[in-house]
Design a protein around this ligand. Sequence first.
Ligand SMILES: Cc1cc2nc3c(=O)[nH]c(=O)nc-3n(C[C@H](O)[C@H](O)[C@H](O)COP(=O)(O)OP(=O)(O)OC[C@H]3O[C@@H](n4cnc5c(N)ncnc54)[C@H](O)[C@@H]3O)c2cc1C
Length: 302
Amino acid sequence: MTDIIIVGCGTAGMTAAIYALRNNKSVLILESEAVGGQIAISPKVENFPTYRSISGQDLATKMFEQTLDLGARFELENALSISKDENGVFTVKTDIGEHKSLAVIIATGAKQKHIGIASEDKLLGNGVYYCAICDGAFYKGKEVALIGDGNTALQSAIMLSSICTKVYMLTWFDKFFGDESLVTTVRKTENIVIMPYTNVTDFLGNDRLTGLKVLDRLKGTEFILEVPAVFVAIGQIPDNKRFLPLVELDKDGYVLGDDAMNTKTEGLFVAGDTRKKAIRQLTTAAGDGAIAAMSAIAYLNR
Ligand SMILES: Cc1cc2nc3c(=O)[nH]c(=O)nc-3n(C[C@H](O)[C@H](O)[C@H](O)COP(=O)(O)OP(=O)(O)OC[C@H]3O[C@@H](n4cnc5c(N)ncnc54)[C@H](O)[C@@H]3O)c2cc1C
């Protein structure tokens, strides 16, 4: 029996582990894919306090070493479901077997939606990005492109327009699906060029992005947009249905939690990008992880 099972070995999960272990709780971390979560694929991180600049892989490795040094157990297993019995004991079923604990923290993150073209994955991190807050600063003073028409895309366009000379915003229709105030700001910002009824058919370049092949859906013609960077902001996908009915999800599938990271089930906590929240970043994931662990510790001590 472990005190706390943490599902997901990203920034939120590892921070939760560090806090729990330093409070003498035993911890088992389950990870379905690779240690580090989303940040492990980012070539450069420059907004996480302590390191002026560090690769995402190095940052994730340092976090992981810290959790192992403190005594975390780690298993490469995919958590398939969570249940709780009448004695308050949780069972986490995985693709390999099952584990029991007195508390569980869900820190399963989310995946960025991709356009789905082979050249997109090839140039990931070398001109193709999914997080303008994280990687926009690398293109200060340059022209960039942005794909998307929702709130994240609108916020990203506004943010990029303050550091880049021009932001080409490629949208599916001549319509945005976000807050009216953001739409108004985007439409008023002179260096945001909205390109409606377009879709990207190819990401060009061998080692680095040189441009985009774009289809003008009204004219039915293709053209090349030469840019060194494109930010894809078409949404994220959390994968939490498997944890029903112990958690409540919002319409997009994010777990609802309160300020102390409690879910609707006592002893079951949530942290990081997989939680319904406004800003999904390393620092906020770490903050969530710390709070979830402290709440779990208080629950166990009771
Ligand atoms: C390319 C890229 C660059 C980024 N750059 C920055 C940056 O520079 N600065 C910044 O602040 N933020 C950046 N971000 C955002 C940042 O990475 C996330 O906010 C952060 O990783 C969220 O941490 P998390 O632990 O909540 O989730 P994640 O990092 O997504 O980790 C969740 C982990 O849970 C695992 N998991 C999921 N389901 C299961 C399951 N059923 N069983 C077991 N394990 C499971 C996943 O495999 C994953 O490893 C970037 C994101 C991307 C994609």
